[in-house]
Write a protein that binds this ligand. Sequence first.
Ligand SMILES: Cc1ncc(COP(=O)(O)O)c(C=O)c1O
Length: 355
Amino acid sequence: MKIENLEKINTGFLNTPIHKLENISKKYNTNIYIKRDDLTGFAFGGNKLRKLDYLLKDALNNGCSVLLTYGGPQTNHGRLTAAVAARFGLKCGIIMDGPAPKKASGNLILDKMMGADLYFMDDSSFKNESKEVYKQRYAELLEKTTNEVLRYYQNMGDKVYNIPVGGSSPVGAAGYVMAAKEIKDQLEEMNVKMDYVFTGFGSVGTFGGMYLGSKYFNTGFKTIGISVSHKNEAELQEKVDYIKQTNEFLQLNVDVKLSDMWIEDGFVGISYNVPDELTRKYVYMMAREEAIILDPCYTGKTFRGMIEMIESGKIPKGSNVMLLHTGGAPGIFSESHSEAMQEELWGESQKEFKL
Ligand SMILES: Cc1ncc(COP(=O)(O)O)c(C=O)c1O
């Protein structure tokens, strides 16, 4: 299906703004811009609405009544799938990694607030097995859970639309192919020539879409993907294969090559969604300099990568750079991240007055 002919429904507010980060630009003597995809609207916004524009339309075209997706308990994509389902009168199911936490926090509260059905996969009986055994048992558990959940909806007469982790199917990535065009048009209007756009590299619909869209629409900027979790060679190859499939599905005719992609693996911190001090330092810096709230799992890492690459000279001096703010702020209010911030932001430093 040619991208121009792929149908969508606007689930958020587009175009999102681009503006310069004046204080941070001065601090690093570089022109630093931000694309505010955290402002796509509904349910705290974020990048996933662009993917859901296309996924929702595909679901409705196929007569589906349930959006079923997958992710970690703090999945931002799950939250926005719940949001879209709520607004467009569908049911939403989210199959989550790991056992149900005792308390809901961050995105989990929002998922429940919007009426999503949550299904947890309790891996505690094989958590301590070797990596290989764990992977196999986990795949079995996922299959069992998915089959049971599908049966549950089918028994109620529902038809399920299956959305992979992060909304990263070839249909979903169309949202970021078109975002590259939106950015190109906005920059032309602003009369700014952009050199580099930084984005998080997770399930890769965002990076992949931007990579393809930049080439297809001849935007003139290069997209840099900052990994949010370490990926081995096989995992990286899977992502490249996904970008190739997307290229074919959307008939973009881009020459997709790993050697041509700029992916940085050095800013993951400890590991995926594990609180780390260095990432938080950049989250605080953005809040204090620009009053923009990043998140500790994705955008904090992306911003850290961008600044450290400017400082180290990896990004040539005088370049124009842009951070794609992909949302995710509710992650701040998840248990582990808010706990980590208590020590640094709260501690014993509060001033109190009494009569
Ligand atoms: C806030 C946020 N930023 C970035 C990403 C990464 O996007 P992608 O999964 O398309 O690589 C995600 C993915 O969940 C996210 O939630």
